[in-house]
Ligand binder design. Structure first.
Ligand SMILES: NC(=O)c1ccc[n+]([C@@H]2O[C@H](COP(=O)([O-])OP(=O)(O)OC[C@H]3O[C@@H](n4cnc5c(N)ncnc54)[C@H](OP(=O)(O)O)[C@@H]3O)[C@@H](O)[C@H]2O)c1
Length: 352
């Protein structure tokens, strides 16, 4: 029986997703050990306000944050990543990036990912920023560092999109996609069709914790545009960033449009799409569209999301998520961890 492989993790960002991931990792410990021979420990945590905490014996995860945290002078994130690289002797060293999305440039998450690679660590993230703004360069950097860059949680929480394509669609060529990938706007459009005003629907989404307190990322279409760029970069090698996505958000006037569409047997949906034309150029958009009732995307109620992939050998295939949750996003990170664990250890290579 071979000895379990040890994985040391540092969490950069410890908000909703980071905390749920930490608890799910605890719940999944026996299964990770039994099924993948993986023994995981969280050895570091960094957040903007709490600073850095690192202990090779494992940090104690208090409910309200890292125990005895102390604000760091420079970047707490870079501090724990450096400590992971220098002080851990684990077989696998993994940075788990769950800081907030910055829609202007994907920072500082991109710097955190780069620092992870430079330190010889694998990086997994639920943040759309790095893959939406810098996928191809980060992917190259990960390859040359001999580490993995995985981001299943960036789009549609834990529903496998990137894993599906990478692991189960060999030789398939994807020429485009269409989807509904933002829950807040889909929920609002559904509510407005039924007569609720824009303001009331938005207020309810905020009260239920589905929309952010600052919901502009959702309603202005930026979240959908970032997901569109991420999907286009990975599935179509588009090499774009969110500002290149033709973006139209939803406004008060869409309440009447949604009701009118419904009356005409259609549904108004914020559709994220991208396609490669014959010259190889990828165009991408995220905008409200009235869809015929027969369209699979038209049937998505409330918080449901779906993505339809246009492929050469399988025609159109779709994957659907009826409702997202924090557990699903945390599961995406867990599945990325398992992807790394399944990689055979490199013989003669330094432990990574
Ligand atoms: N929530 C979801 O359901 C969901 C679903 C899919 C994907 N995501 C993505 O997952 C990520 C995290 O979401 P969340 O809901 O967990 O956000 P959150 O609750 O706001 O937590 C964000 C965390 O990032 C930390 N942070 C921000 N800037 C930092 C920096 N420069 N260095 C170190 N830490 C920093 C924050 O620290 P402080 O608290 O100290 O400021 C906080 O711990 C986002 O990118 C989001 O888009 C979220």
């Amino acid at each position: 029986v071979s000895r379990p492989r040890r994985a040391d993790l540092v969490l950069v960002g410890f908000g909703h997703v980071g905390r749920r991931f930490a608890s799910l990792l605890g719940e999944s410990r026996p299964a990770l050990l039994a099924q993948y021979g993986l023994d995981c420990r969280i050895v570091g945590i960094a957040t903007r306000r709490m600073g850095a905490r690192f202990d090779t014996r494992g940090v104690e995860i208090a409910h309200d944050g890292p125990a005895a945290a102390h604000p760091a002078a420079g970047s707490a994130a870079l501090q724990v990543i450096t400590q992971l690289a220098r002080s851990s002797d684990a077989d696998l060293k993994i940075v788990v990036e769950t800081t907030v999305l910055d829609i202007a440039a994907g920072q500082p998450a991109i710097d955190h990912v780069r620092a992870g690679f430079a330190a010889g660590c694998h990086v997994i993230t639920a943040n759309k920023g790095p893959v939406a703004f810098a996928y191809s360069s980060l992917n190259r950097e990960a390859e040359s560092a001999g580490v993995r860059f995985l981001f299943e949680g960036a789009v549609m929480d834990g529903v496998p999109i990137f894993n599906l394509v990478r692991d189960t669609l060999p030789l398939i060529e994807i020429s485009g996609f269409r989807g509904v990938v933002n829950s807040t706007t889909n929920h609002m459009l559904t509510a407005m069709e039924a007569g609720e005003t824009f303001g009331a629907a938005l207020g309810r989404m905020q009260a239920e914790g589905i929309a952010e307190a600052d919901a502009s990322l959702d309603i202005d279409g930026w979240d959908a545009a970032a997901k569109t760029a991420a999907l286009a970069n990975v599935l179509l090698e588009a090499g774009i960033s969110p500002p290149a996505v033709h973006r139209i958000g939803i406004t008060e006037s869409d309440a009447a449009r949604a009701r009118q569409a419904r009356a005409n047997g259609q549904r108004l949906k914020l559709v994220a799409s991208a396609a490669r034309d014959r010259s190889g150029k990828v165009s991408a958009s995220a905008k409200p569209m009235a869809l015929p009732a027969t369209d699979l995307l038209a049937g998505l109620e409330g918080k449901a999301n779906a993505l339809i992939l246009q492929t050469d050998l399988l025609g159109e295939i779709a994957i659907c998520q009826l409702e997202g949750s924090l557990t699903q996003t945390a599961y995406a990170l867990l599945s990325d961890l398992v992807t790394i664990a399944k990689q055979p250890a490199r013989r003669g290579a330094p432990a990574r």
